[in-house]
Design a protein around this ligand. Structure first.
Ligand SMILES: Nc1ncnc2c1ncn2[C@@H]1O[C@H](COP(=O)(O)OP(=O)(O)OP(=O)(O)O)[C@@H](O)[C@H]1O
Ligand SMILES: [Mg+2]
Length: 498
């Protein structure tokens, strides 16, 4: 239920997708879990302020699990994708002919499909969030009650994109039911010349035919409009979508407060949707609303998981009649982006950069004629390494080959769903990897020594046991970093693809 002015309903928040960014394995709960997380314990708020750019806030602290500090209600966030999207990805890609990257028409069609400004007509993976927003607006309109909703989430999680769709859905709803559409005003707060200009815009839209009254401020005039029954009668409901709201937090918190307070006035017709990165805006900056029991409802967009990123990329590439990427290359991109920020903007940029790697290779190199002209894992690895260069990647890349094989074996083993293993079991996988690559394996004593060295570097964690073979082994770093570091090396690329 929306928090509706006048009704004084108990405020509640929806954590459609608590913004739990994936993080290093030992810190991360389950970045691959797609949905259904009910979080009710308060957590550390994410840094709310974006000092330079409003985009940066959540990105700065990807390791934090963000929740709303009050009640949270999990929603069935995302369609379940348990039926191995990787496998489906493989199937759907390989039944199309391979593209020709030297064909400029194909090249520009692919780049366009992956461009951030190319919005799919029905974005996948955000259906539930969109439905919630539409439902909130619909309820406000039907009951002719003001209300506020705060949409938050890390950069590139589809908040702005979803709002475009919400507008379309509202129009469809109004057409189908004969319901009256509210006056819609979308404002990007970063484009305001002064923060209080937001009130000019709201006033202009709520009374388009009225002469400007220069004796009173626009804020005051809106307050009067929504405070007196007589004045407000006859005015249409108004939906204000204020995107990049973080800008107001850094610039002028009073404006932010005044804006939300408008929804609490007795005859308010304002439906306010504020969109920002900071999770705890409502709690930190709108205490008065809280005390009035008119705190905005909170809908949080969770960072995209690997499966979701694959699904979104797949949807975008579906329009093309040819295969551009090796499925493993897309998987690598999705894995790495999901493990760091879950930012779709970043994933799209990296895919485009990988295409550019292929273009450069085709231009510069004649020896590649026997290789596939698809974008391969090595192109993706280079594009990724430019986008993220983490010290752990350097460390892994400079390890001796057998230590790298141990890590590669551990990743293969953990891919089977295990969370930890023993040195004995790891040894079996290590021997298999060595054999498949015609490399003589070292003995188990030496392997155990290597695990200790990797443990000293903080890459593995070893348990206690008198018998070396029974010592438990867990990864202390993200699998994605290992795959990413080793995929660029052709030997390992072959091992991972087996
Ligand atoms: N579900 C999706 N399906 C297809 N493309 C998506 C999806 N989500 C995000 N994108 C792509 O990523 C881009 C960034 O998404 P969007 O602008 O909605 O992010 P945001 O959450 O508003 O980020 P910010 O906080 O930085 O404003 C979109 O323009 C779109 O190209
Ligand atoms: Mg946005």
């Amino acid at each position: 239920m929306p928090s509706i002015a006048g009704v004084r309903s108990s405020p509640m928040s929806i954590v459609g997708a608590d913004v739990s960014s994936p993080q290093k394995r030992r810190l991360r709960s389950n970045s691959d879990l797609v949905d259904d997380t009910v979080i009710s314990t308060p957590s550390k708020p994410c840094s709310p302020l974006k000092t330079k750019s409003p985009r940066r806030c959540c990105d700065d602290s990807p390791n934090r699990r963000r929740t709303n500090v009050n009640e949270t209600v999990a929603i069935d966030n995302i369609p379940k994708m348990r039926k191995s999207p990787k496998k489906k990805l493989l199937d759907s890609f390989l039944d199309k002919p391979i593209w020709n990257p030297t064909d400029s028409e194909q090249l520009s069609a692919v780049k366009e499909a992956l461009h951030v400004s190319t919005a799919p007509s029905m974005p996948v993976c955000r259906e539930v969030e969109q439905k919630r927003i539409v439902e909130f607006c619909r309820q406000c309109v039907e009951q002719e009650k003001a209300g506020s909703l705060y949409v938050c989430g890390c950069p590139g999680t589809g908040k702005s994109l979803s709002m475009e769709n919400v507008n379309k859905s509202l129009a469809v709803w109004a057409k189908e039911t004969g319901g009256e559409l509210p006056e819609v005003l979308t404002i990007n707060c970063t484009s305001l010349s002064t923060t209080s200009e937001i009130f000019n815009k709201i006033l202009e839209n709520s009374q388009p035919h009225k002469k400007v009254n220069n004796r009173s401020t626009p804020l005051r005039q809106i307050q009067q409009l929504y405070s007196q029954k007589q004045q407000s009668t006859g005015t249409k409901m108004m939906l204000v979508i204020a995107d990049e709201l973080d800008y107001l937090i850094t610039k002028d918190r009073v404006v932010l407060h005044d804006l939300f307070m408008l929804t609490t006035l007795p005859f308010s017709k304002l439906i306010l949707i504020g969109i920002a990165n900071a999770i705890d805006l409502a709690d930190r900056f709108l205490p008065k609303l809280q005390s009035l029991n008119c705190k905005p409802m909170v809908l949080s967009f969770r960072a995209y998981s690997m499966d979701q990123i694959i699904m979104i990329l797949k949807q975008r590439l579906m329009a093309l009649s040819y295969t551009v990427f090796q499925p493993q290359a897309l998987e690598l991109c999705a894995r790495k982006v999901a493990a760091s920020s879950g930012d779709m903007r970043k994933a799209l940029g990296i895919c485009r950069a990988a295409i550019e790697r292929l273009e450069t290779e085709l231009r510069d190199d004649t020896c590649t004629s026997n290789l596939t002209s698809m974008v391969r894992v090595d192109h993706m690895a280079i594009a990724l390494s430019r986008a993220y260069k983490s010290p752990i990647v350097d460390t892994i890349q400079s390890l001796p080959q057998h230590q790298q094989i141990v890590l590669c074996s551990a990743v293969k083993l953990f891919r089977k769903g295990k969370k930890d293993t023993t040195i004995g079991e790891l040894n079996q996988f290590y021997i298999d990897v060595c054999k498949s690559s015609l490399i003589p394996p070292v003995g188990i004593m030496e392997l155990s020594c290597m695990c200790r060295v990797l443990g000293d570097q903080g890459i593995l964690k070893l348990g206690q046991s008198r018998d070396d073979k029974l010592k438990r082994v867990t990864l202390q770093i993200d699998e994605a970093d290992i795959i990413f570091a080793l995929q660029g090396i052709r030997f390992f690329a072959a091992v991972f693809s087996k």
